[in-house]
Design a binder for this molecule. Structure first.
Ligand code: UD1
Ligand code: MG
Length: 491
């Protein structure tokens, strides 16, 4: 039997990804650990975990330190969400680094996790733009050698470790900026930090690292000089898109990384047949699925598990979270929808608010300033203006007049409103739940419905109108009289 390279084999095989995330992140000025700051709805660490998971590793491990408990909670939550892809031994685990002893020390702390694997890929939790393909290239660059390094040429190499190459272009050693002389600092090629290394070399070399540098730390990068001394210089893989290796250290870099990720996602969808009125302002989270011939307006935000079916149009400024938007739906500008299902060809908004549990069947119309929550509107039903429909089961072909309110809450419990098919609700109606209206029931404008209405019946609660002819003129005369009398006229 031949084994695929990613299958676990006792003590000799498989890939372990180690993500370093113990750093403090001082420059974020935050109570939140750096790697938990979000880009497009997901912490930086989640983006790195996703890129790593794309390699289908045998082991996946996060080294925690500062804010370790919060990071561990997040990793657990990520593992639950991605259970289908990475279960059992493959699920990510956390290893605590008790003190900041340097990148070499951090990788050593994870040794119990990578010990039985053949190859270790070291990543940083604060480089969220890294792609799975690039990591594959880095692994491939190692070939049969001991290690390979991801390198690049940023606009400004200050602060990075410089890559010193030998005559064959292999990595002779890496010199940290703080330890480098002027000649070495003039080198533009830098170490991005990601490394692919055999466990055989790693377990032998790590215990030999010495903290004899300006920071007094165990530098993982010293492995390169050690490999060279053994005649096994590291391979360099030069990253094509240098945005991929930019780390996030402050809010400015977080915003820049967010913009770069947004740009990458929007370009992807445009090349898949989705039109963007203004791709610079539209936010589509990585988890969202779009189909061809959709059109997205300026500043739309599509979040979470949202799916948009073909021919849907989402107007400017809409915020859509965890929704299914049907074929040919038209969501007019500035509508907000969460955990809602919108059926084919429905028209929604402008300024509609669809809250969780909303289901609009095909051809429904929900107009401006309509709020729905746990409400199902049957096929072709219209609620065109200014309404609140909560805890409601509304049949097909109903007409919900302007200003209709389901009074679903009695101060303690929620109650349901049920409407049959073809029910007509006149404007300014209150439906006091629990209440049921039969098919084609008819509610007169201004009614407060407090009891069930049978099919085909009219219900109307209306105080008789009082009309007093000539009342305005009489009132005016009375005011004038009071004024001459010296009595001040009432306003
Ligand atoms: C490191 C590299 C440098 C490279 C740069 C790229 C070393 C010695 N230097 O430098 O060559 O150009 O990254 O950004 O590796 N971490 C821990 N535990 C530690 C120390 C660090 O988990 O004890 C984590 C940090 O949270 C971070 C990563 O490792 O995610 C890198 O650490 P950092 O202190 O940023 O290293 P640099 O000085 O930037
Ligand atoms: Mg750094």
């Amino acid at each position: 039997m031949t084994m695929s390279p990613t299958m676990p084999t006792a003590r000799t095989g498989g890939l372990c990804v180690v993500i370093l995330a113990a750093g403090l992140g001082k420059r974020m000025f935050s109570q939140t650990p750096k790697v938990l700051h979000e880009l497009l709805g997901e912490p930086m660490l989640g983006h790195v975990l996703a890129a790593a998971a794309g390699l289908n590793p045998n082991r996946l491990c996060v080294v925690t330190g500062h804010g370790g408990e919060a990071v561990e909670r997040y990793v657990d939550q990520w593992a639950r969400r991605n259970q289908a892809a990475l279960a059992g031994d493959r699920a990510p685990t956390c290893v605590e680094q008790p003190h900041q002893g340097g990148t070499g020390h951090a990788v050593a702390c994870a040794q119990p996790v990578w010990r039985d694997c053949g190859e270790v890929l070291v990543l940083y939790g604060d480089t969220p733009l890294l792609r799975t393909d690039t990591l594959q290239d880095l692994r491939r660059a190692r070939g049969d050698g001991a290690l390979s390094l991801l390198v690049g040429e940023p606009a400004d190499p200050t602060g990075y470790g410089r890559v010193v190459r030998d005559a064959q272009g292999r990595v002779a050693r890496v010199v940290e900026h703080k330890d480098a002389d002027d000649a070495t600092r003039a080198i533009r090629l830098i170490n991005a930090g990601m490394m692919c290394v055999t466990t055989a070399f790693l377990s032998d070399a790590l215990p030999r690292l010495q903290p004899n540098n300006t920071q007094g730390e165990l530098y993982l990068t010293d492995l390169l000089a050690m490999a060279t001394a053994r005649g096994q210089s590291g391979a360099a893989h030069v990253v094509a898109d240098r945005a991929e290796i930019s780390g996030v250290n402050n809010r400015l870099e977080l915003a820049a990384a967010t913009a770069a990720l947004r740009d990458r996602i929007n370009r992807h969808w445009m090349l898949q047949g989705v039109s963007f009125d203004d791709p610079a302002t539209a936010t589509v989270e990585p988890s969202v699925v779009l189909h061809a011939d959709c059109q997205l307006g300026a500043a739309v935000q599509l979040r979470g598990a949202t799916v948009v079916h073909p021919d849907a149009r989402i107007g400017a400024g809409c915020v859509v979270t965890d929704c299914e938007i049907g074929h040919g739906v038209h969501l007019l500008p500035y509508s907000v929808a969460s955990e809602a299902r919108i059926g084919a060809r429905a028209h929604v908004g402008p300024f509609a608010h669809l809250r969780p549990g909303t289901v609009l069947e095909a051809d429904v119309k929900v107009g401006n300033f309509v709020e729905t929550k746990k409400a199902r509107l049957g096929r072709g039903t219209k609620a065109s203006h200014l309404s609140y429909l909560g805890d409601a089961e509304i049949g097909p072909a109903c007409n919900i007049g302007a200003g209709t309110i389901t009074c679903n809450y009695d101060g303690v419990d929620k109650h349901k409103t049920v409407l049959g098919r073809g029910v007509f609700i006149g404007s300014d109606t209150q439906l006091v739940a629990p209440v049921t209206l039969g098919d084609e029931a008819y509610v007169g404008a201004g009614t407060t419905v407090t009891q069930d209405v049978p099919a085909g019946a009219l219900v109307v609660t209306r105080a008789p109108a009082v009309v007093k002819a000539g009342w305005v003129a009489r009132k005016r005369e009375l005011r004038a009289l009071r004024a001459t009398d010296g009595t001040p006229a009432k306003p």
